[in-house]
Design a protein around this ligand. Structure first.
Ligand code: CDV
Length: 307
């Protein structure tokens, strides 16, 4: 039986601070419908797809900070997306800020994505592990990156789920730059990695690298795909958002490492690709046959604690 899946990468243009949650969810529903009209079975949205990327500025009022997070999922605000997806029989991957309240009142915040099957069941839940940026405001920077202030390191590991007829994993933005992300998922048999990102073209600590931002985006995802024999779907929130220019480059990458589909704009745009999950096998069973060729006894330095 063929294991092919039509996947839609639903790139978002900027979400401005003045835009209501309702208007944003309407945009997601529109992209979902566009994907469904092209017969997509899975629609992948970016990191923090319900809000502007709020780590880009300092928020001191706790109530205002909480307004960028979801305390439950689905909730009334995103219900239209869940309802439309279930009605169309389309699954999706959605990034958002997750807030949990412990029984003792302690609040925890994560940069999260979920995987929803075509029948509306939430089958996967991931909390971002590699958090870039800073805890404190960086004076003189043209914008902030306060991910380390607003989020905790994810505590769910790099999960892989049986879904959409294959083994599906999720990671978020900065995770895609780390080879360990893909490798841990590949050791769990991943065939399709879904990831969203908010990537500024200019990283203040890295002056002079702007011209390489798109290249580095593709480089890490294409390497992750090839070296692990997996499909990768990378989805941007692109364009100038709250004064920060973010790259686009939403794409679908085959296990060969080749780009098979790519966005042409920095705005709301759906990119579709037919994903043959069995195309992973030639890599997983030969060059990257982990059981036959990996030498973990020589990799122990990688797992030593951070010094
Ligand atoms: N949202 C992110 O994780 N962005 C980082 C930027 C800050 C470098 C990224 O790796 O794209």
């Amino acid at each position: 039986m063929s294991r092919t899946l039509l996947v839609a990468a639903a790139q978002l243009g900027p979400i401005q601070r003045s835009e209501s949650r309702r208007a944003t969810v309407d945009r997601l529903v529109e992209l979902l419908r566009e994907g469904a009209s092209r017969r997509a079975e899975l629609v992948v949205f970016p990191e923090a797809a319900l809000t502007p990327f709020f780590p880009h500025w300092l928020i001191e009022d706790p109530a205002e900070l909480d307004s960028y997070f979801e305390e439950s999922m689905p909730n009334a605000g995103v219900r239209p997306l869940f309802d439309e997806a279930a009605a169309l029989g389309v699954g999706f991957c959605l990034g958002y800020g997750e807030l949990t309240r412990q029984p003792d009142g302690v609040v925890r915040r994560f940069n999260t994505s979920i995987l929803v099957e075509r029948d509306g069941r939430t089958v996967g839940h991931y909390r971002k592990i590699h958090l870039p940026g800073h805890t404190e405001v960086q004076p003189g920077h043209p914008y902030q990156n306060l991910e380390k202030r607003y989020f905790e390191v994810g505590d769910l590991g790099f999960g892989v789920w049986d879904a959409f007829g294959g083994r599906v994993g999720m990671c978020i933005c900065n995770d895609r730059r780390w080879p360990e992300t893909y490798r841990v998922m590949a050791l769990k048999g991943v065939e399709l990695v879904l990831l969203g990102y908010n990537t500024p073209a200019l990283i203040p600590e890295m002056p002079g690298t702007e011209r390489l931002a798109d290249f580095h985006n593709r480089l890490c995802m294409q390497a992750g795909a090839y070296q692990n024999g997996t499909w990768v779907v990378g989805v941007a929130k692109a364009g100038v958002e709250a004064g920060v220019a973010q790259i686009g480059g939403t794409c679908v990458i085959a296990p060969s490492g080749e780009l098979v589909a790519q966005a042409a704009t920095d705005d709301d745009e759906v990119v579709t690709a037919r994903v043959d999950l069995d195309a992973c096998r030639v890599y997983k069973e030969t060059l990257f046959n982990f059981a036959a060729h990996r030498r973990p006894e020589h990799y122990t330095l990688i797992t030593d604690p951070v010094s």
